[in-house]
Ligand binder design. Structure first.
Ligand SMILES: [Zn+2]
Length: 240
């Protein structure tokens, strides 16, 4: 709710607000947007939630160029970056890991020996394994050789070796740790990382009939209006 009291919202320079949140915080994000709408009813608001981790959201936002031409371009950049991202973590133990589910076998191994720890991938394909990996796993993630990775804290070397096994060709870039890593991964010692394959962009479909911003979908995500010059349509299907 701190969003609604952010002093920058009072500025007439702010015309659009994009609220990004992980899917499990969707209700809170919508509540925050409602509060913002009460403060500034003239604002164009969009709430976008993602099943990706907080780290993936942070990484996607950091990929937005400093000078974006519109709020719609910011939203599209974040969305395409998230689609090309896989979030994971190194964990010393998986006894409290819920997403992805490590299964009973790894759960028991976690109880009897710490060893080099475990690696978990949350997004498709969700996967958990004990380190060191017994075999190459590059088939699990495509195009990673052309991408890169960031890690939120210091990854142990066995975890970095596993990332090279996935096809990464350079060491991950270390950035600051994330808050509440225990809430997300079940361990306060977990170190999250995001694997970033090249982004696949898509052409925009036109411009919004109300705000004039570029639109990549059938309606403007902020104004909910159709495209300029487009015939009315009854289709409501999502493009992705
Ligand atoms: Zn619009």
């Amino acid at each position: 709710m701190a969003l609604a009291t952010d002093p920058s919202l009072r500025s007439s320079d702010v015309s659009h607000v994009l609220v990004l949140a992980p899917a499990e915080l969707a209700a809170e994000a919508r509540l925050a947007a409602t509060a913002v709408g009460a403060v500034r009813p003239d604002l164009a608001l969009n709430v976008d939630t993602s099943v990706r981790s907080v780290g993936a959201l942070v990484s996607a936002v950091q990929a937005v160029p400093d000078i974006a031409s519109s709020a719609a371009e910011v939203r599209e950049t974040v969305r395409r970056r998230l689609l090309a991202s896989i979030s994971g973590a190194w964990l010393p133990s998986v006894t409290k890991l819920a997403n992805p589910n490590p299964g009973m076998g790894l759960h028991i191994r976690s109880l009897v020996a710490r060893g080099a720890g475990f690696i978990a991938l949350r997004d498709d394909p969700a996967w958990v394994a004990q380190l060191p990996l017994k075999q190459q796993a590059s088939h699990r993630i495509s195009h990673l050789a052309e991408g890169d990775a960031v890690c939120f804290g210091e990854l142990p070397e066995p975890a970095i070796s596993a990332l090279f096994g996935f096809g990464l060709t350079q060491r991950p870039t270390r950035v600051d740790s994330l808050p509440d890593v225990a809430g997300e991964w079940g361990s306060a010692e977990a170190v999250e990382f995001v694997l970033r394959a090249p982004v696949v962009s898509r052409p925009r479909l036109g411009t919004c009939a109300v705000c004039g911003d570029p639109v990549w979908e059938r309606t403007c995500p902020f104004c909910h209006a159709g495209l300029r010059g487009a015939a009315p349509t009854t289709s409501s299907g999502a493009l992705q």
